[in-house]
Write a protein that binds this ligand. Structure first.
Ligand code: HEC
Length: 115
């Protein structure tokens, strides 16, 4: 009986872990690690910070302004760059980014650039 109980418990634990892993790996979960890596690798962090304005607006301010926006739409803006929405300084186009990379970044920005 004792044996039976403990194996039930470990089966349950394994099930929960598997569920957590599935959730973390799901295509629609926010991929924070990937987004941060892309932001470092593509110099986003040279012009943007999470909660203060640098050359470009803070990620938190963008998240507030664009709350509820479709990430695909913001991804297009990231790739295209632009000017005049936040101030006179333009953001250069980010042509090296794939659509998928731009989308990961857009989702992360819209979530307020969590760590
Ligand atoms: C050379 C500096 C610079 C770099 C590099 C840069 N940005 Fe920007 N970014 C800006 C500026 C300046 C603006 C504001 C443009 C405006 O006023 O329309 C901006 C605007 C944005 C916006 C808001 C766009 C909108 O439609 O309002 C997002 C999102 C953004 N940047 C994300 C990124 C990401 C992600 C990267 C890296 C792939 C990046 N930026 C790289 C300077 C930069």
């Amino acid at each position: 009986m004792k044996q039976y109980k403990s194996s039930t418990m470990s089966a349950l634990t394994a099930g929960l872990l598997a569920a957590a892993a599935l959730f973390a790996g799901s295509a629609h979960a926010l991929d924070t690690a990937k987004a941060k890596q892309l932001a470092q690798a593509n110099a986003c962090m040279g012009c943007h910070a999470v909660d203060k304005k640098l050359v470009g607006p803070a990620y938190k301010d963008m998240a507030a302004k664009y709350k509820g926006m479709d990430a695909a739409k913001l991804a297009v803006s990231i790739k295209a760059g632009g000017a005049g929405k936040w101030g006179p300084i333009p953001m250069p186009a980010q042509g090296r980014l794939s659509d998928a990379e731009a989308k990961v970044l857009a989702e992360w920005v819209l979530a307020g650039a969590p760590n």
